[in-house]
Design a binder for this molecule. Sequence first.
Ligand code: BES
Ligand code: MN
Ligand code: ZN
Length: 494
Amino acid sequence: MSVTFTAPQFSTARRAPARAEVVAHGITTDRLAGDEPLPPGLDRADLGRLGFEAKAGQVQVVPVEGRLVAAVGLGGADDLSTDGLRRAAAALARAVRSRRSLATDLASVVAGADGPVESDGVAAVVEGLTLALYRFGYQSTGSRKGGADRLARVSLVGSTAAGVRASVERAEAVAAGVVLARDLVNEPGGSLTPPKFANRVRRMARERGLTVKVMDEAAIRRARLGGLLGVNRGSTQPPRFVELTYTPKGRPKGTLALVGKGLTFDAGGLSIKSGQGMMDMKMDMGGAAAVVGAMSALPDVAPRCRVRAYLPMTDNMLGGDATRPGDVLTIRNGKTIEVLNTDAEGRLVLADALSLASEAKPDAVVDLATLTGACMVALGPKIGGLMGRGDGFLEQVERASSNTGERVWRLPLPGDYRSMVDSPVADMKNIGGAYGGAITAGLILGEFVPDGLDWAHLDIAGPAFADADDAEVVRGGTGFGVRLLVDLAASFTA
Ligand code: BES
Ligand code: MN
Ligand code: ZN
């Protein structure tokens, strides 16, 4: 059994409860430089001696009358953003945890008791505190089990207005979605097989009141998902294809389709990866995990559009009957693909999923996929690649990205690059040339979305997995995309 992470419970309060073991105050450099008194327990001269300058992310914890008071640096007041607050909350969480025993009770003063608390700011604090404390592991010993490492309750001190409480609840649901996505990504490929992945999604759907349909191998064959079957051919694990639907109360304002790459492990197939290249490939279902996490939050966020999710699940192995380089696969929409590199498998399963998603005639489609190393070369480990068609819709995706701090950057899909995937024996081959690998992958996906349908493709090969802790990100699966997708659904206009 892996260590299960339990998120803190958040509440709003007018003042810090007496039982709180830690009381945290955000301090801007402006406030530290001024001469208004600091919050009780904090003293300018003392903080100065301890080296506290209120720099963003700096945290100083001082004992005051039997409890701890934390000064949390916020940097300059003019530069303060929701990203900065999320980062500061994450730093606070880590600082509190680094004390020998983690307090179970924390009061975080988000604003002066009389000042209005911006809902976005409160949400960022909930996300930062929860996500930075996230843990996953199979350690048999240590303090990670049980309560010693657990922040149980957080009081957000400031406004208790209904709107603020609603945004705290919404942020808790979104953070729980990110935690679910991380747990799924972190689960090793040998234990999260496609059937187990599908079962876990089914359980979540029932708990959250979403509609769920799971196709087994026979149903996948009847649906002629030739890409998914071709990738699955080298595996002893059967594939799955899961569809989820969120239906809003009242008349739906359009339909958004979400597609997620669900490779529970990518060995590369017969075009086998190196040992090093395979090490983190349990994360190759990070797109599907992000979609599942976002779907789990929707009932609490209650967007007014319908949202349908399409999740192809398989691993990419090298069994005796694995797809051979040179094989030609027929995708759901009838188009054919010559497989010249079995490690370019994501586009094959996404081709089927995008075809199915498009057949249901949604108003827009987004796919998320840990698709190419080339996208990591282009944008580095923390920024996703954004491609697609329909500028208005792509702008909605960019807005959701900047609202949530999950960074993406536009790459083009130039029509004259399409010839790079021409095949002498099929409608296309599954690889391009030596350069522009993120783009040629995007162009192949575009063959399975009809012209005129708004479509965004997010290549999250970089940001889906982290090598080190960084702000609210914890080493391992990041849950990248959950926040962006929820924000997109909440504001989607067809
Ligand atoms: N899942 C990988 C992409 C990947 C690589 C994700 C590194 C995260 C980190 C994908 O299936 C793959 O193997 N892509 C190949 C495509 C190539 C063979 C055209 C790649 O990027 O090398
Ligand atoms: Mn691959
Ligand atoms: Zn892959």
